[in-house]
Design a protein around this ligand. Sequence first.
Ligand SMILES: Cc1cc2nc3c(=O)[nH]c(=O)nc-3n(C[C@H](O)[C@H](O)[C@H](O)COP(=O)(O)OP(=O)(O)OC[C@H]3O[C@@H](n4cnc5c(N)ncnc54)[C@H](O)[C@@H]3O)c2cc1C
Length: 298
Amino acid sequence: MTLLDRTLVRVLPAVPKPVVQLFSSRYIAGPTLGDAVTTVRALNDEGKRATIDVLGEEIAREEAASAIAQAYCDVFTAIEEEQLDSNASVKPTALGLDLSYDLCRENLELILRAAHGNFVRIDMEDSSKTSETLQLYRELREDGFDNVGIVLQARLRRTLDDIRSLAELAPNVRICKGIYLEPASIAFTDYDAVRANFVCALDALQKSASYLAVATHDEWLIGQALQRVRGADGYEFQMLLGVREHRASELVADGHPLRVYVPYGEQWYEYSLRRLQENPTMAGTIARSTVARVFGRS
Ligand SMILES: Cc1cc2nc3c(=O)[nH]c(=O)nc-3n(C[C@H](O)[C@H](O)[C@H](O)COP(=O)(O)OP(=O)(O)OC[C@H]3O[C@@H](n4cnc5c(N)ncnc54)[C@H](O)[C@@H]3O)c2cc1C
């Protein structure tokens, strides 16, 4: 990314919503569950698994959180009826974590029961939610829910400690870099330091996790993971819908399990902004076209 691109990425939130929607459509299945089903079926036909995400986060009303929980129950009904190879990923704030811990937990339990043995991954949000999210996970496991997994972020300095303290639960973990920019006091801010911590986390998780999902599009990290998982059981690669699809197909062709994160729903804006902000070329293109519009040159 050029310096200009990096600067323009910061002004992306000022880009008109229709422009964001146009450029981000590749990252989202569509507004409805039917769109998600169609996308997952196409992925399954290519030998790829899926995890469905109902878009929505930082929900501020109890009814809205309940509606998202219900949407997840419908997702599991559709997965069963359509015989899809998919599980689901949920964000605690979509289930009401900002309103109340207990509300979020109740909604999560509802979804875990509706999954009928299928699997639910609790996404990890920004660092203000890390401890509560891990506590949710721990409590659910201690209460006998085995169909639930967690996400850890290589960006956070605490992650290796979290791996150690979760080890007794033999957790099912997705390791990713972490999308939320965090202060240097709690996070690695240097690109190579995040990569290095990702590799340390891979090594630690290989010893302690019951299942390891490696979520990255970073070719160097994919290479590091490949060296470690070859011949092993209990792992998969994960990528986001619309990102490095060709590389995903290559991994499948080489015999590696691969799961694609498939978001759908009406609340596409925040997710889209995050995806565009980390796309090395797209963000600059959009931002430039917007600046051009502002100055009447398009
Ligand atoms: C399945 C999955 C689940 C995730 N869940 C979480 C979560 O719960 N919590 C969380 O904080 N983060 C989550 N993330 C996001 C993750 O933490 C990173 O922000 C994101 O994956 C980018 O990091 P990277 O490892 O791909 O490396 P990067 O260095 O960002 O990307 C490597 C290369 O991938 C390509 N690429 C990456 N992103 C894009 C894009 N949007 N458009 C086009 N090309 C792109 C580019 O070629 C780039 O050079 C998840 C990621 C995946 C794949």
